[in-house]
Design a protein around this ligand. Sequence first.
Ligand code: F6P
Length: 337
Amino acid sequence: MNHSTEVRTIMMDKEISTIAVMTSGGDSPGMNAALRAVVRGANRYNLTIWGIYRGYQGLIEDKFVELDSEKVSNIVQRGGTILKSARSKDFRTEGGRAQAALNLKNKGIDAMVVIGGDGTFKGANLLSKEYGIRVIGIPATIDNDIIGTDETIGYDTALNTAIEAIDKIRDTADAHERMFLVEVMGRDAGFIALETGIAVGAELSLLPEELTSISDIKAQLKNMLKEQKRSSLVVVAEGDETGGALKLAEKIKDDFTKYDLRVCILGHVQRGGSPSARDRVLASRLGASAIKVLMEGHNEVMVGVVNNSLKITPLRVAVAKKKGLDFGLIELAKMLR
Ligand code: F6P
């Protein structure tokens, strides 16, 4: 048995008495609600709970805070994350992970609950594989692109934020008979663009998952404008291959001079704000479930909700590929416009 296998075996056999929890990657509304549920769930088992500030970066820099039930009161309704978040380059290095594992060991931490997206889960998987830290993932990202859960924490709130903003844009677009290209978040995933597009009645939604040529986009818009539409809204996912709303505007503006083209980039407004009821409930369920499955002996898994039931998915499966869009919804968006 080599040294790392030995360390791994010892850690796995040890009863869990101390855990750590972090939020990592792009923040999402509901992360605080998940954190609260993790802490209160862990209280049931009398665990010592350490919060780690600023995700993996804070772990490397030894930034811990001891958490109890009171420290997570009055946060269920707050956006952002009281533990802060970061995208850590150092954690991608072997040296960074070794330091992170040492800091966990020095605090006597047996297991870690990570709240974030696929980058967060990849990091957790490495810590478990290399250093035997037990890890459980809670999917939280506005992008909704994680396999093993119908929705990720924060997606519903981001959708509602985008819809509220675009409804307002529709009013002014209509008043001035303009065409608006509205960019929503989603570097690699079109969930926000697709469902927002359906909910606001967009004339077109451009998604990273679908290839659309500029000539096709122009033709589709011209066709629709022939149907006596006086304003039009195009929802563009940030990661669409056209390069986003600003670049797309440059490419099509000369064909639509009559419509006085305007661009609006919603950006990080979609990541903030008080979580919706659905996100608060999902986060509370997943936070408490993460502790339950950990105490039942699971490791390297993610908790999710599929068809209203708890689902446990191995982290390696959750990070292997992105969740695909629902083809039926893509067709629906086309049919309704
Ligand atoms: O968290 C997901 C996400 O909001 C993506 O939709 C977006 O592309 C990215 O994060 C932006 O990240 P950052 O805030 O680090 O620029």
